[in-house]
Design a binder for this molecule. Structure first.
Ligand code: UDX
Ligand code: ADP
Length: 461
């Protein structure tokens, strides 16, 4: 079979949480497109080419196996990929800067810049370059400047096509998206490039759900979407603290409030705080942008969303301490769940990291259990994990523990035998349900002292 059966060649630079699943879905819906995913990490590419994929995402593997080797390929030959591609998606990592100007807030653009320089060095024909990674507003301008610098007859069109998938439901989010957003320069060649990408998505997304805009609106919309979602979580978490003091139940409040169709019911679940690679990063990035343009009150407004999230994690630990007679020194604490949300092994910015560190500071003995995230947990706590045991079996993690702290609402934690767990624990046995995931009344009847989030505690002591 020759390559000429394909109408277009797509390259994706960066085989991470975004690149791998996105290209798998595109390859499934577009058998007429040849899709290659490249990465600098040989190990990652080897795993994408094996049965042991580098990320866990429900539905990913089945879809990948249908197309891998047919129209989806994984490789480390970045330069060949660039030379052959018509459309290049850029999904390299864009972490928050840890050094220099803007450290802790601005985005570290070095990977994007390196990628742009490489594209320029190896492109021999005109290309469409699509920003898929979340990057700061006007980053397209930087990419454009690099690509068009010096003497080069090759023309590039830059598009912004932000990813709205959430981990754990990434495949579904991409297969039936609320919307696909494509931003371009509003020049004739920009609009023509945009239409190329519309054509690709039209393989499975209804045209009315494909939203087009100028480049800057598209880049900003991604940040704003994440900021609004995170803001809802901080809003409900702020109310959770008020509920705990007043005897109100945050679940009942969220249900009553969410019934208003102008507010809506989603993203109103109180918990230990939001995590993940996007929310904190994107808000900090927006704050940095506001400060850059002298919009301090706007920056302060969004900073509160992050501060409240930190407060929520701290408050969770303080509640544990207070309930457990103000000391957890040498007490065994079983942490149920480490991933930043269920159905993913991802632990980037997971509340579990902060909570673990706070508990370790209090000299607790942590037993961490999680069905998919223990490998990442080990890496996250490297250097501070003298008092940590990583245990895949939740029963063993809870044996002899003074308390269970549920941090991630994995479905299987609902189905454990809590009578058995209770019997094996130290007494009084405590359970802090950081996600309001379990049946609190049943646990109380078994004998646990139960502390939900945003609801009164049920205690025997
Ligand atoms: C998010 C956005 O949802 C997605 O559109 C964007 O592309 C990437 O960032 P993700 O971080 O993968 O996706 O997961 P999400 O489901 O949004 O959850 C983020 C965090 O918020 C998790 O830690 C989750 O536990 C928490 N959360 C979510 C709550 O605490 N309460 C809620 O009601 C919803
Ligand atoms: P995301 O959640 O945005 O997908 P990841 O960290 O999971 O972030 O993935 C980004 C990927 O990009 C990593 O696998 C990393 O090795 C890769 N990467 C970073 N810089 C480059 C580069 N210059 N060329 C190719 N791949 C890169």
């Amino acid at each position: 079979m020759g390559d000429n059966k394909f109408v277009k060649k797509i390259l994706c630079i960066g085989a991470g949480y975004v690149g791998g699943p996105t290209m798998t879905v595109i390859a499934n819906f577009c058998p007429d497109y040849h899709v290659t995913v490249v990465d600098i990490s040989q190990e990652k590419i080897d795993r994408w080419n094996s049965n042991d994929l580098p990320i866990y995402e429900p539905g990913l593997k089945e879809r990948l196996l249908k197309v891998r080797g047919h129209n989806l390929f994984f490789s480390t030959d970045i330069d060949k990929g660039i030379a052959e591609a018509d459309i290049i998606f850029v999904s390299v990592n864009t972490p928050t800067k840890t050094f220099g100007e803007g450290a802790g807030r601005a985005v570290d653009l070095q990977y994007i810049e390196k990628t742009a320089r490489r594209i320029k060095a190896h492109a021999r024909s005109d290309k469409i370059v699509v920003e898929k990674s979340t990057i700061p507003v006007r980053a397209a301008e930087t990419i454009d400047k690099i690509l068009h610098s010096g003497n080069n007859s090759v023309k590039f069109e830059i598009l912004s096509n932000p990813e709205f998938m959430a981990e754990g439901t990434g495949i579904k989010d991409m297969e039936t998206p609320d919307r696909v957003l494509i931003g371009s320069m509003e020049t004739p060649s920009g609009i023509k490039a945009r239409e190329e990408l519309v054509k690709l998505y039209e393989h499975w997304v209804p045209r009315e759900n494909i939203v087009t805009s100028n480049l800057w609106s598209s880049e900003l919309s991604k940040l704003v979407s994440n900021a609004f979602l995170a803001q809802r979580i901080s809003s409900i978490n702020s109310i959770a603290s008020l509920c705990e003091e007043t005897g109100a139940d945050v679940h009942q409040v969220a249900r009553a409030v969410g019934k208003d169709s102008r507010i809506g019911p989603k993203f109103l679940k109180a918990g230990v705080g939001f995590g993940g690679s996007c929310f904190r990063k994107d808000i900090l990035n927006m704050i940095y942008l506001c400060e850059h343009y002298g919009l301090q009150p706007v920056a302060d407004f969004w900073q509160q969303v992050v501060d409240l999230n930190d407060y929520q994690m701290r408050r969770f630990v303080q509640r544990i301490l207070r309930a457990m007679f103000n000391s957890v020194v040498d007490k065994k604490i079983a942490l149920f769940g480490f991933a930043f949300k269920p159905d993913t092994g991802d632990t980037r910015d997971a509340p579990a990291i902060y909570i673990s560190k706070m508990l370790l500071n209090e000299r607790a003995q942590l037993w961490i259990t999680d069905p998919h995230a223990l490998e990442n947990a080990k890496a996250d706590l490297e250097g501070v994990d003298g008092q940590v045991t990583y245990e895949p079996d939740p029963y063993k993690a809870a044996e002899g523990a003074h308390t269970i702290a549920l941090i991630t609402e994995w479905e299987e934690y609902r189905n454990l035998d809590y009578e058995r767990i209770f019997k094996s624990m130290e007494k009084p046995a405590f359970l802090f349900d950081g996600r309001n995931h379990l049946d609190h009344e049943a646990l109380f009847q078994i004998g646990f002292n139960v502390y939900p989030v945003g609801k009164p505690a049920r205690t025997h002591v």
